[in-house]
Design a binder for this molecule. Sequence first.
Ligand SMILES: *Cc1c(COP(=O)(O)O)cnc(C)c1O
Length: 392
Amino acid sequence: MEFPTWSEIDIDALRHNVRATRSLVGENVRILLTIKADAYGHGAPRIARAAVSEGVDMLGVATLHEGIELRCCGIDVPILILSPSLISEIDEILEWDLTPTVSDLKFARALSFSLAGRKVVKVHVEIDTGMTRAGVNEDEAIAFIHELSRLGNLGIEGIYTHFPSTYVDDPEFTESQVKRFASLLDKLSAQGIEFPLRHTANSAAITQYPDSHFNMVRPGGMIYGMFPRPDFNGGGLKPVMSFKSRVVNVKRVRKGTSVSYGRTYTFDRDATVAAVAAGYGHGLSRALSNRGYLLVRGKRAPIVGMVTMDVTLIDVTGIPDVTVGDEVVIFGRQGDAEISVYEVADWCGTISYEVTCGIGKRVPRVYIENGRITGIVTLVGERLPKERIQLS
Ligand SMILES: *Cc1c(COP(=O)(O)O)cnc(C)c1O
């Protein structure tokens, strides 16, 4: 089946990246794959299945519903909810066997209370060592953990912190976070409190700060073959996603013709314009208006005029034989030519992660393994069981 616009997900590249990460951290460190935001736009269920079969031990989501979706798809490895959960979410957290992060005593008490007489639930404690987003303040950590261990039914399985600054040149800050986290673990250990899982490292830390690996790492980007910035791409990681569309109209226009909304671009010569079937409603950012390029027939064609919700226009004047139906690459390879997700991110003034996360539900994900298509996922609603659809 052909689509006007689609995203290709290379599962072989994903498997390669899991193995590359495994060889960086060694056999004794567990890997929690950060799979939040639908696996950074790659489609969480299929990414989870491939990653788990390649030896990923645990998954990290940001929301309850992301966790439930994975459970509905038959994923049975432990799933950690990285963001703080609400008290109102506790029943579903338990029902779906998800592991919450706890950094608030009210929440911890409610969790312990709702469990009275039932099984023990595993929790991870987040310590804030400098992200200042969530987590227990470092100076309150010991008291907090003592309180927590007094509550019944809670099994404190893990402790972690997060780095704000691994992808910019700021080694002192990250190193000090690692030291402070390690010394907190030592203090707790001296008081007889041990945590089976201790984790801090995101992708950029995995490659740059071996001391941050502890006994579990939390890669996201590197498993998808990308870092927030391109300069960390050591380790021979392979991009997993490419984003493609097709030419749906070709027009010859006269000098002086303007294009698209607001008439922000006017040709100063006779030209050929191609309409491409992807717009900001697909995740081709409006920030690319009159900026950036798309590949067609192996050549870069500049985007002209405003990107619209459904369609983007490119100047193909110098490119012979552009025809309706031609494949267009938004990022990825076409023959010898390539536009990387980093270039697109740069043109948009953002990072690679936001580009892949921004690829919307209307874009089918086409999964490729061993050179053949092994699955096509279209609308989000279609892959959820009925009761989930009715919930929303
Ligand atoms: C997103 C996230 C990660 C993964 O970061 P990458 O840069 O994608 O490796 C790890 N830990 C937490 C808490 C996160 O929110």
